[in-house]
Design a protein around this ligand. Structure first.
Ligand SMILES: Nc1ncnc2c1ncn2[C@@H]1O[C@H](COP(=O)(O)OP(=O)(O)OP(=O)(O)O)[C@@H](O)[C@H]1O
Length: 638
């Protein structure tokens, strides 16, 4: 420990013990808080604490939308201060650094000093520091060199300002810091003004972003600034109540108001000498130099600009026309009426930017249909990348989908990985079993859909990507949303265009499909396959619980065992041959009814499983399985 650090610790002990000091009051208060409340020992130096990647990701994901929106402001501020040796940190309301811009040449020094992504600057852990003390007080401030509590940080100068969300809650802290600075604290005065100005800009941008569809009123003492850089911004609902505001709005509109009522929910007419309906006149006919609103509490007039909600476009009905289907879509159906209208709709959506959702039982051809949509679109020459979300282990799903930087986590590929989303760039990304995707990946997927960009694991900068997403599931996503395992915003983004594929037993084009699949085999194997009438009847009578996939398998089997290409009834797998009898037996998913019938059959056959199996047309193991499933135990074993 050097002399400066020892002297610093002595001063800390004196001041926190109550000795008068020339330091700013806010710093002295914080030092006392560190000792009395946070139980920090002035003599102990603590290394900066950097959160591990996975925990950092949780903090970043929680404010994903805000971060994206704030990025532009951070970059603009960084351009102003980078030449002066500052780095820039954005932390969440707990003091965790969730965004960072700094000169990579000094990476190691910055990391060691805690000026880095993932660093925890909460006052309770780091002691007096700009971010932590800003969170504790809710006010902008500079913590300069020996203002810091921890002797490790006394070389730094840090200036931070709180960023409030549109409901008046602390959302983030913006901080600029430097490893070295002139000794007088006054040297940081300009830094404080800049950070203040940018937090105000970020708050306003966040407000505009959140309330794009509502009335937004901007107010300033200057006519010119009311539009470009207003002090006060409020958002109003249709009834004229405040539904969002920036931090200055609370400062300007509420002081002197003793009602104790919060700003949120207050009526416009309660605060201004005007009615909310006057805003329409404002926008339409008032010259801008006369657009003023008087504050009811003090009579001060402010120049105002009002942005009305955007007009809602009424969709014009399209002329009804017979769409000729693109060739790949024609190949999906042989005239089944439900499929026909679905394909007509698909043809109109094939080249839009909308994400599509395909719903249907297992094996109904969801992936087959997704490929047809891809081939029918302008993306046909670009990749079609299919991902089975249920098959990817949760720990790998993010790096598989979004890629990763070299060595960004244990087990990461040494050269990094592009990720399936980027592999599909320009083409289609097919997400099968989307209902099985973990929540954390859903958040990131949402970002891909909303912003058309991905952030590979281990990187902070997003990469833009152009993919059409087609998702598929056999599960009921609404149920998953209700159970909290599927994000509702992702569901709403996906459910714009939903296609439901009918189960094969409901399709009216079974003969066409059989013909098509046989024709494919004829061509592939140069054998003239043909079905005899009894075989065709059995195929028609079967219930196809495995849908088209089962039909494909049955035909593969029949083609392999038949003689000379002629498929007889005997060449079909057992359950299909006996489909008449099999049908008499209820489908295995039919709960209680089936258990009763099975129990009745077993009693009638004196618990002879082989006899029951023969009667059912299934093998003995199936009967045993169903007995286990329904808890049926023979009397002599009870
Ligand atoms: N219209 C069709 N014409 C020819 N073959 C089809 C058709 N529809 C589906 N298939 C075939 O049926 C099989 C199952 O289709 P696919 O994998 O697309 O089903 P899925 O609904 O995605 O299944 P899962 O729910 O198990 O993911 C595949 O071999 C596919 O080639």
């Amino acid at each position: 420990m050097d002399r400066a650090q020892t002297a610093h610790i002595d001063e800390l002990v004196r001041v926190s013990g109550g000795v008068a000091s020339a330091r700013d009051a806010v710093i002295q208060d914080s030092w006392r808080r560190c000792v009395a409340d946070h139980k920090l020992d002035p003599a102990v130096r603590r290394e900066a604490y950097i959160l591990p990647q996975d925990r950092l990701r949780v903090h970043r994901d929680a404010m994903d939308e805000f971060l994206r929106m704030a990025r532009f402001g951070l970059e603009a501020l960084y351009r102003q201060v980078a030449g002066m040796g500052y780095v820039l940190l954005l932390t969440d309301s707990n003091g965790i650094t969730v965004d960072f811009i700094g000169d990579p040449t000094f990476d190691n020094h910055l990391r060691r000093a805690g000026l880095y992504l993932g660093a925890d600057w909460n006052e309770g852990r780091a002691g007096t520091c700009a971010v932590g003390t800003c969170i504790a007080t809710g006010e902008p401030l500079t913590v300069h060199q020996t203002d810091h509590f921890d002797a490790t940080h006394i070389g730094l100068t840090c200036t931070a300002s709180p960023v409030y969300d549109s409901g008046g809650e602390l959302a983030a802290v913006l901080d600029i810091s430097a490893l070295r600075s002139p000794e007088p604290k006054i040297s940081q005065h300009l830094a404080l003004q800049m950070v203040r100005a940018y937090t105000h800009k970020i708050e306003n941008a966040n407000l505009y972003n959140n309330f794009r569809r509502e009335w937004v009123v901007k107010l300033s003492a200057s006519q010119e600034f009311a539009e470009v850089d207003p002090d006060v911004v409020i958002a109003l609902d249709g009834a004229g109540r405040i539904i969002g505001f920036n931090h200055r709005a609370a400062q300007v509109l509420l002081p002197g108001d003793n009602s104790g009522a919060p700003l949120l929910g207050r009526s416009f007419a309660d605060l201004f000498e005007a009615e909310v309906d006057d805003l329409v006149r404002f926008v339409r006919s008032m010259p801008s130099d006369q657009r003023t609103l008087r504050l009811r509490r003090c009579g001060t007039s402010l120049f105002a600009q009002a942005m009305p909600p955007p007009a809602v476009a009424v969709p014009r009905p399209r002329p009804v026309e017979e769409t000729t289907l693109p060739e790949p879509l024609q190949a999906v159906s042989g005239g089944d009426p439900a499929l026909k209208s679905m394909l007509g709709r698909a043809a109109k959506l094939v080249n839009t930017r909308m994400s599509l959702l395909i719903h249907g039982e297992t094996g109904t051809g969801k992936e087959h249909f997704a490929k047809a949509l891809h081939r029918a679109s302008v993306r046909a020459r670009k990749p079609f990348v299919a991902v089975n979300c249920a098959a990817l282990p949760e720990s790998l799903i993010e790096s598989e989908l979004f890629g990763h930087e070299p060595g960004s986590f244990t087990g990461a590929a040494a050269r990094g990985k592009k990720g399936l989303v980027l592999e599909a760039d320009g083409g289609t990304l097919f997400l099968d079993e989307i209902g099985d995707m973990p929540l954390s990946s859903q958040t990131r997927l949402l970002r891909v859909l909303a912003e058309r960009e991905v952030t590979p694991v281990g990187r902070t900068r997003a990469v833009s990507v152009d993919v059409r997403v087609i998702a598929a599931t056999h599960r009921n996503l609404i149920d998953l949303v209700k159970a909290g395992s599927f994000r509702d915003d992702l569901y709403f983004r996906l459910n714009g265009a939903v296609f439901t594929l009918p189960p094969l037993r409901q399709r009216g084009d079974l003969d066409w499909l059989i013909g098509r699949l046989l024709a494919e085999r004829v061509e592939r194997e140069a054998v003239d396959y043909a079905l005899t009438a009894p075989a065709l009847e059995a195929l028609r009578a079967y219930s196809w619980p495995g849908n088209v996939r089962e039909l494909v398998n049955v035909l593969d089997y029949a083609c392999a065992v038949c003689e000379g290409g002629r498929i007889e009834l005997d060449d079909l797998p057992d359950p299909v041959q006996r489909s008449g009898e099999y049908e008499a037996w209820p489908a295995p998913v039919d709960g209680d009814g089936q258990a009763d019938r099975l129990r009745e059959a077993l009693r009638r056959m004196h618990w002879n499983v082989s006899a029951v199996a023969r009667e059912m047309g299934v093998d003995r193991s199936t009967v045993h399985r169903q007995m286990r499933r329904y808890g049926i135990v023979p009397p002599h074993r009870e």
